[in-house]
Design a protein around this ligand. Structure first.
Ligand code: GRF
Length: 200
């Protein structure tokens, strides 16, 4: 299976997926909207093709997304993985990759969609927090849930300590979700829920 990973920054989730060395999966390219994304260095150092599609070079979201899709589709992906990719994607783009576009979000969706999830979790006083891998649908942070990691919020947690603990679990659940996809065990039911087939 050919996998293209999109990053905007650090790329630690992309790194976790690459390091997982998933059987039957090839990371065909890592693509960023920012030339200074740290993750590009790791990818290049691991012999993975990299590309930059700078959103600032385009007049509209539609034009950016069309150029991005062109760069992605050159690698004929079975799966596109958003790993800290910080651009909102157009409906047309999302539909083009329907059923083969995954995202990780640092909260227990549907709680805390959007930005600053750890700060908002602390402000809300929730006792558990975590991360969610989901299929991407046109509504932001709203698609069918594939896997979640739940962690306790500790009395002396701050944004940094909480985000660091969540991130460790992101690095566990994202490779797991990708593995399930590569093994063709993931599908979406008529009700829009994720179905996970048993290992054969
Ligand atoms: C992660 O917390 C991810 O859940 C969120 O952005 C962060 C990206 O981190 N979408 P990295 O670039 O994977 O290190």
């Amino acid at each position: 299976k050919s996998i293209v990973i999109l990053v905007s920054g650090r790329g630690s989730n992309m790194e976790a997926i690459v390091r997982a060395g998933l059987a039957g999966a090839r990371i065909s390219a890592v693509i960023s909207n920012r030339a200074d994304a740290k993750g590009l260095e790791f990818a290049a150092a691991h012999g993975i093709a990299t590309a930059v599609v700078d959103h600032k070079a385009f007049a509209s979201r539609e034009e950016f997304d069309a150029a991005l899709a062109g760069a992605i589709d050159a690698h004929r992906p079975d799966l596109v993985v958003l790993a800290g990719f910080m651009r909102v994607l157009t409906d047309g783009f999302v539909r083009h990759y329907e059923g083969r576009l995954l995202n990780i979000h640092p909260s227990l969706l549907p709680a805390f969609p959007g930005l600053h999830t750890h700060r908002r979790a602390l402000e809300a006083g929730v006792r558990v927090h975590g991360a969610t891998v989901h299929f991407v649908t046109p509504t932001l942070d709203c698609g069918p849930v594939v896997i979640q990691a739940v962690i306790p919020v500790l009395p002396d947690d701050d944004e940094d300590s909480l985000s660091a603990r969540v991130l460790k679990h992101e690095h566990r659940i994202y490779p797991q979700a990708v593995r399930w996809f590569v093994e063709e065990r993931l599908s979406i039911s008529a009700q829009g829920r994720v179905l996970l087939r048993d290992e054969v």
